[in-house]
Design a protein around this ligand. Structure first.
Ligand code: SAH
Length: 216
């Protein structure tokens, strides 16, 4: 299979819909982000094994979450659980590159990963894909269960690891009008911040994620 075949199957399955999201999936080659042993499977619609028992999420799950997140040019997005950096790269494509597109204002992705080995792996992959030197991505080694306050507030927050609830800190670091997409248990939750203390929630069931692990 090729990356294009993966994209076509996600479009046919109804998982990829928005032209900008489709374009990002075309530009970011999943194989660049797969560990050597998983590269032959990079274009299959399934999770891929990462070191330390983690996974690169299934393409249809990432497509579903990014379609819900609706990333826009110029936005600042917190990406919790960078893993391989694949989703980080898709997000960076979607918010725009501040060097390539200064007229757009460019966006920024703050990606946080708690496992050092994966943080280093993501850094290598994002460098190979050209995102590190452009300044489009800030990759942080740390625990984002309390968010990442020093870059807050964010237009959007997306998490790839599931907790029991959406942490209060994430809600506080979100702009009014912003949106969080995060797994809670085996559901994907969409949380819209409609006022300083007001939120609207929707839930989609039937997904599996690695756990959000707190260092506290
Ligand atoms: N988006 C990633 C998916 C990685 S799986 C990709 O495209 O490859 C989820 C990741 O969340 C794992 O790497 C895990 O180590 C990380 N994670 C879990 N709890 C975390 C926390 N509290 N802070 C930051 N990262 C965390």
């Amino acid at each position: 299979m090729t990356n294009e075949e993966l994209v076509e199957s996600l479009i046919e399955g109804g998982h990829l819909k928005t032209p900008a999201v489709i374009e990002a999936f075309r530009k970011v080659d999943r194989a660049t982000f797969a560990p050597e042993r998983e590269k032959p499977h990079a274009y299959e619609n399934r999770p891929l094994a990462l070191p330390a028992g983690q996974t690169i999420s299934q393409p249809l799950t990432v497509a579903f979450m990014l379609e819900l997140l609706e990333p826009k040019r110029g936005e600042k997005i917190l990406d919790i659980g960078a893993g391989s950096g694949w989703q980080t790269a898709l997000l960076a494509e979607l918010v725009g590159n501040p060097l390539r597109e200064p007229a757009d204002g460019g966006g920024k992705i703050i990606a946080v990963e708690r496992i050092e080995e994966l943080w280093a792996f993501a850094a290598t992959n994002l460098t190979n894909a050209g995102f590190m030197e452009s300044g489009a991505v800030k990759l942080v080694h740390g625990d984002a269960s309390e968010g990442y306050a020093s870059e807050a507030p964010y237009d959007k927050i997306v998490a790839a690891a599931a907790g029991a609830v959406i942490p209060e800190a994430w809600k506080g670091q979100l702009k009014v009008g912003g949106r969080i997409i995060a797994p809670v248990g085996e559901a994907i939750v969409v949380l819209d911040k409609t006022g300083p203390e007001e939120f609207e929630e929707r839930k989609f069931h039937g997904f599996r994620f690695v756990p959000l692990v707190s260092n506290r």
